[in-house]
Design a protein around this ligand. Structure first.
Ligand code: R5P
Length: 294
């Protein structure tokens, strides 16, 4: 297998190559004066299985296009298969036409990845809410890995588990909160969220957290507003300490500061999007998946 990468996939591509000893095909990327992207994959991929790494965080549209160009490039070299390794799959939150005139974005992203030549997809904690599995929108084989047990294990090693309750901020977070609670052998509770706007949410629910350490769990932190609402709710309910575990720490528009000021003690995230809080690497898990899927 050969590993290729886009500009937001290089760190994981190199980490996985180090573990697996798969060869890395370097990518040259630049922009034409009018803003179009140019990519070139260096080397020969003919007859090879190629894994193309790209996380779609932060500049999702540009990164998606870059991925598609790379997938098409290696297909054009005559590679045998393309495995898209897209640890953070953007647009999964638009998994329905909520209002008239809206696109079904995740389906379009799936079609774009497939039409670029992707034969199989590996993602990590894809935002599955109304969709129960990626196969509802992809026609190719997909593997949705979860980093939640790894985050929980790291949490246990760093902080221990004494008087801890796991909390999810909204109904869809139950899948991730329950996985963390299981690894920590503790209980979990789920709050309710009403989204009022892109940067406004209302969190409700009553929890018995007085004097406890609450470990808040979510898949994505974008503006941080969901978790800030949950932290306020936990503080007013008497939680002694509040830590956060999240797979994809987008942390846009000063979210980290908001979370700290709201009362978050520690944040642990993965390197699907590299951040200072990315203390857990998903590279070993992706390396295993690629080896097993060959
Ligand atoms: C959606 O429900 C996700 O699971 C996250 O809760 C959401 O994306 C977080 O967004 P924000 O940080 O902007 O509230």
């Amino acid at each position: 297998m050969i590993i290729a990468y886009g500009s937001s996939g290089e760190h994981l591509a190199r980490a996985v190559a180090k573990i697996t000893q798969f060869r890395v095909a370097e990518t040259e990327t630049r922009r034409f004066p009018d803003g179009e992207l140019y990519v070139r994959v260096i080397g020969d991929a003919s007859g090879e299985d190629v894994a193309v790494f790209q996380s779609l965080g932060m500049r999702p549209d540009r990164l998606l296009m870059e991925y598609c160009l790379i997938a098409d490039a290696v297909k054009g070299m005559g590679c045998r298969t393309v495995t898209g390794v897209i640890p953070y799959l953007a647009y999964a939150r638009q998994d329905a036409r909520f209002g008239s005139g809206e696109p079904l974005s995740i389906k379009l992203v799936a079609k774009s990845l497939e039409s670029a030549g992707t034969d199989r997809l590996i993602s990590v904690d894809a935002h599955l809410h109304r969709l129960k599995a990626l196969k509802e929108v992809f026609t190719i084989p997909t593997l949705n890995l979860s980093a939640m047990p790894l985050l929980a294990e790291h949490y246990r090693e760093e902080f221990g588990v004494r008087n801890v309750i796991v909390v999810g901020p909204d109904s869809e977070s139950e899948q991730w909160a329950s996985a963390v609670a299981e690894t920590l052998s503790t209980k979990y509770s789920i709050l309710s969220k009403e989204r009022i706007g892109d940067r406004e949410v209302e969190i409700s629910g009553s929890l018995s957290v007085r004097g406890k350490t609450a470990v808040l769990v979510d898949d994505i932190i974008s503006t941080g507003r969901t978790l800030v609402g949950a932290i306020r709710k936990l503080r007013s309910s008497g939680a002694k300490r509040i830590d956060v575990l999240a797979t994809h720490a987008l942390l846009v528009e000063g979210a980290l500061g908001l979370l700290r000021r709201a009362g978050m003690s520690h944040l642990l995230s993965t390197d699907t999007i590299p951040r200072r809080a990315s203390k857990v690497s998903v590279a070993p898990m992706i390396a295993d998946a690629l080896r097993e899927w060959r």
